[in-house]
Design a protein around this ligand. Sequence first.
Ligand code: SF4
Length: 266
Amino acid sequence: MTKGSIFDLKRFAIHDGPGIRTTVFMRGCPLDCWWCHNPESRQPLIMDNTATGNDGSTHRRSRTALADGLVAPEQVIEEVARDIPYYDQSDGGVTFSGGEPLMQLDFLMKMLQLCRGRSIHTAVDTTGYAPSEELGRIVDLVDLFLYDLKIMDDHAHEQEVGVSNRLILDNLKMLTTRGARVIIRVPLIPGITDTNSNLDAIIEFVKPLPGIEEVSLLPYHRYFRHKVTDPELAAKLAGLQPKTEAEVSAMSRRLEAHGLRVKIGG
Ligand code: SF4
């Protein structure tokens, strides 16, 4: 049986797609953003220790237990399905996030199929850094992609997050030509992703693509800094000065001036 590894499951999420959602945070990420707000996602995938209870039962599984080791797709979706009434009332659903959900393709596909069978709306929050053929396999199972774009200059992308952005950009084109619904998410990392030149490059790339519903600008926040233990990294992060609300609004207007629908926040 396909099992996978998650590191958190958040109910009543309102910033990870439309409506009230459950966000499933999956372990594993191929990028190495030094400002990563979810360092737990980059811990190696757990390959031992299933999350099965001592008596073998799974029906009383807690969120902590689900996030503790390898779990079956059915266990995760059983937890997700608890909030179907809230999804129905709010046009919400489940969001698979991470890390990078495509790092666990079989596990992800099985969960998507289970959601389809129960008419639960699905969103996949992706870095886009996955083999195109693998991403293509989930297109018809996903109701909405939350697609992260960070840095458009390839050299800077490689320097800051450890990989080229070419695959990410190619995959975004592929998704839109296949008719996927896509919301672009831009994390506003001060001085790195939120510069006028980077935003202009994002506009230029995204504007001609069909199926882009919205661009979400995600303001930088410091809530995660308690997770950072390396003093050098902590000092580097302390040097990032979040933009003011007025500055973020100006960025939003910059995109809107090109006909893009923009939302501030997830
Ligand atoms: S893509 Fe997201 S989870 Fe992965 S390293 Fe970057 S910030 Fe962290």
